[in-house]
Design a protein around this ligand. Sequence first.
Ligand code: 5RP
Length: 234
Amino acid sequence: MTNLTPSNTPVLTQDELKTLVGQAALQYVVPGEIVGVGTGSTVNKFIDALASMKDQIKGAVSSSVASTERLKALGIPVFDSNEVAELSVYIDGADEIDGQGNMVKGGGAALTREKIVAAQSKVFVCIADESKLVETLGQFPLPVEVIPMAAKRVMQQFAAMGGKAHIRLKEGQPLVTDNGQIIVDVLGLKITDPLAFESQVSQWPGVVTVGVFAHQKAKVCLLGTATGVKTLTF
Ligand code: 5RP
């Protein structure tokens, strides 16, 4: 529902902001090509908008089972990432994005496939509402996909850094990712050097993917704000 401010200016809800940025992302889709598609509630808005130009694109490479199902249900062909050499653009949301385009991702547990498709793409376009813009990454619990055997050791390593880690649960059981692994969420980190942090944690045995996207950071962010979509470039 859209509320009004005292001056009668409509205040868009978070859901409406997501729709706005999802639609705005269409301008980055290259006709005749395959587009990289992320995961999450904001990306769902993008997928819905993409259906309006499905006859102009070859299809999509998807970053999760959930996005694949949504794309296919709308009649958009989905390609395996191994079938495609390079993508011109990857469109995805974020849990946090800083002023340099570094992000925390993985709130939807799809971080590994998201990083793979992002790495395959020339340009990462992040779509987000303005609540996601932060000065320093680390307010949102950092998702890390790990092999179950390594969970305890990885959590101890985060504790040594001052973080507080726990295994993400779904219906009382460890959530299992599309890749058959589990997610550790880490609270209390202040990630001041995202590039170095991502490199460091990625080397820990048993870590599949850390949810810091600095090596695959955004080049563009379409940010949904009270006054419309702001375009940030990095
Ligand atoms: C999924 C992600 C999402 O991009 C992130 O969680 C943002 O999701 P939403 O658009 O629902 O806020 O990284 O793994």
